[in-house]
Design a protein around this ligand. Structure first.
Ligand SMILES: *[C@@H]1O[C@H](CO)[C@@H](O)[C@H](O)[C@H]1NC(C)=O
Ligand SMILES: *[C@@H]1O[C@H](CO)[C@@H](O)[C@H](O)[C@H]1NC(C)=O
Ligand SMILES: *[C@@H]1O[C@H](CO)[C@@H](O)[C@H](O)[C@H]1NC(C)=O
Ligand SMILES: *[C@@H]1O[C@H](CO)[C@@H](O)[C@H](O)[C@H]1NC(C)=O
Ligand SMILES: *[C@@H]1O[C@H](CO)[C@@H](O)[C@H](O)[C@H]1NC(C)=O
Ligand SMILES: *[C@@H]1O[C@H](CO)[C@@H](O)[C@H](O)[C@H]1NC(C)=O
Ligand SMILES: *[C@@H]1O[C@H](CO)[C@@H](O)[C@H](O)[C@H]1NC(C)=O
Length: 376
């Protein structure tokens, strides 16, 4: 909790002390609250946070799975296939855990690097993708810090996915970035290529928007965010709302989070393949959400004995254009702010509710989503 919000609560805390009101046994046990400043305020019971700037080895992080599969040319609907390989996922940690800027240990941008390689392998473009282990992510505020590539011809995507008609994508086509007139669009999509292939013109609906970012996304890390709350989805860049979508394509199920970076040479979408290796860097993912898992729901009910108790809920600090401090704040790096949460690297009874094998099968079926809109 920021000093400012603590100060704001001080009178309430004092009166609670006087009246002998209850205290939470551990902070945030009733959940995490997104502020009303950037959309409507909502409470979320669960979290997933990954500090990729300080992650040395992706395989040790139980919240994420590196994706490995081939998409042949016909299925990729481009000039070439796509080869998603863990070889194109490289961690480049900052050795000093207290520093959040500067080069990674291998030099260059720090974080998790997702590369689209120059050159084909068996007719496919080497690409990269990770998927969250958890599949129970329902309403939530989903945030990723990323620095995008200035190499022409790739599609970078941060997306939430359930199936081809229930997905929320932020898709960045490097070929659309225009350095001459300083225009950097992001494609915001609430629907699938299947729906589009059926003649549904998303561009004319409330389910698609191409919006210019308020900055050049290739020169620095920025926060990309999608809030999925009951009847609507709001997209943000550095805390600034880009678009709100509230049509019938707003998902109604729980899903999972993915980050991907690929190319298939389709001139109408990804363009490319890139003429040099094209890296994007992910500094963090922070997800605060309600779980669809009944065990997680009853865990919340059991630990949240008094939602009005002092510190029972915690405010999620927001990254804004003027304030990047929130980017380096993680509840999971504080003492006692994630009690009874599933946190990578910490023992917990309910971790990995989905067996890895099932997950691999599910994810290779489910992956076909981010960025494929408009590709045929
Ligand atoms: C954290 O909370 C637990 C109760 O959930 C308590 O036993 C423990 O002392 C707390 N630790 C700190 C450092 O506050
Ligand atoms: C999330 O779940 C909690 C507990 O059930 C509930 O109070 C809250 O309103 C839910 N949030 C949203 C956005 O529905
Ligand atoms: C996605 O899931 C929803 C809800 O279960 C279902 O109605 C819809 O038909 C599914 N879409 C696809 C493409 O399977
Ligand atoms: C910048 O140039 C591109 C390509 O010509 C064009 O599509 C876009 O509308 C321009 N943007 C602005 C703000 O002028
Ligand atoms: C979507 O939001 C707009 C603007 O607030 C509102 O006019 C419209 O009725 C909403 N549509 C639905 C389906 O809720
Ligand atoms: C509430 O949490 C803040 C931040 O962790 C802490 O400084 C404060 O002491 C807590 N208040 C109470 C009453 O536990
Ligand atoms: C949360 O607490 C409940 C009750 O003690 C326990 O059964 C459950 O395994 C815990 N879950 C996590 C993720 O720690």
């Amino acid at each position: 909790m920021s000093p400012r919000s603590v100060a704001r609560r001080l009178p309430a805390i004092i009166s609670l002390l006087v009246s002998g009101a209850s205290f939470a046994t551990a902070a945030c046990e009733c959940g995490y609250v997104s502020s009303a400043d950037s959309g409507s305020s909502a409470l979320f019971t669960d979290l997933l946070e990954t500090d990729f700037l300080h992650l040395e080895d992706l395989s040790t992080n139980t919240d994420w799975a590196a994706q490995k599969f081939n998409l042949e040319k016909a299925d990729a609907r481009g000039k070439y296939g796509e080869k998603f390989t863990p070889d194109n996922l490289v961690t480049n940690a900052i050795s000093d855990s207290t520093k959040f800027t500067g080069e990674g240990e291998d030099g260059g941008d720090p974080g998790l690097i997702l590369t689209v390689s120059n050159g084909l392998e068996e007719g496919m473009v080497p690409s990269a993708e990770i998927s969250s282990d958890r599949l129970d992510m329902f309403y939530g505020t989903y945030r990723a810090g990323m620095k995008l590539t200035d190499v022409d011809g790739t599609c970078a995507a941060f997306f939430w996915y359930f199936n081809d008609t229930q997905e929320i994508d932020m898709e960045f086509l490097s070929t659309e970035f225009n350095y001459d007139n300083d225009t950097y669009p992001v494609n915001l999509v609430l629907q699938s290529r299947e729906a589009a292939a059926d003649g549904y013109d998303a561009a004319g609906t409330n389910d698609f928007a191409k919006v210019d970012l308020p900055f050049n996304p290739t020169t620095d890390f920025h926060e990309y965010r999608l809030d999925f709350i009951t009847d609507r989805v709001v997209f943000y860049a550095d805390g600034q709302a880009l678009a709100t979508m509230n049509g019938s394509a707003v998902p109604t199920s729980a899903g999972h989070l993915m980050l991907s970076h690929w190319s298939n040479g389709n001139p109408l979408w990804s363009g490319g393949p890139p003429e040099t290796d094209a890296p994007i860097s992910v500094s963090y993912v922070k997800a605060y959400f309600n779980s669809s898992n009944t065990q997680r729901q009853s865990d919340w009910e059991n630990r949240c004995t008094d939602i009005n108790a002092v510190n029972a809920t915690c405010n999620i600090p927001d990254v804004t254009a003027d304030n990047n401090d929130a980017a380096t704040f993680f509840f999971t790096q504080q003492e006692n702010m994630t009690v009874n949460q599933t946190v990578s690297g910490q023992d917990s009874a309910s971790h990995r509710s989905v067996a890895p094998l099932t997950y691999v099968i599910a994810s290779s079926v489910l992956y076909v989503s981010g960025c494929l809109f408009g590709v045929w």
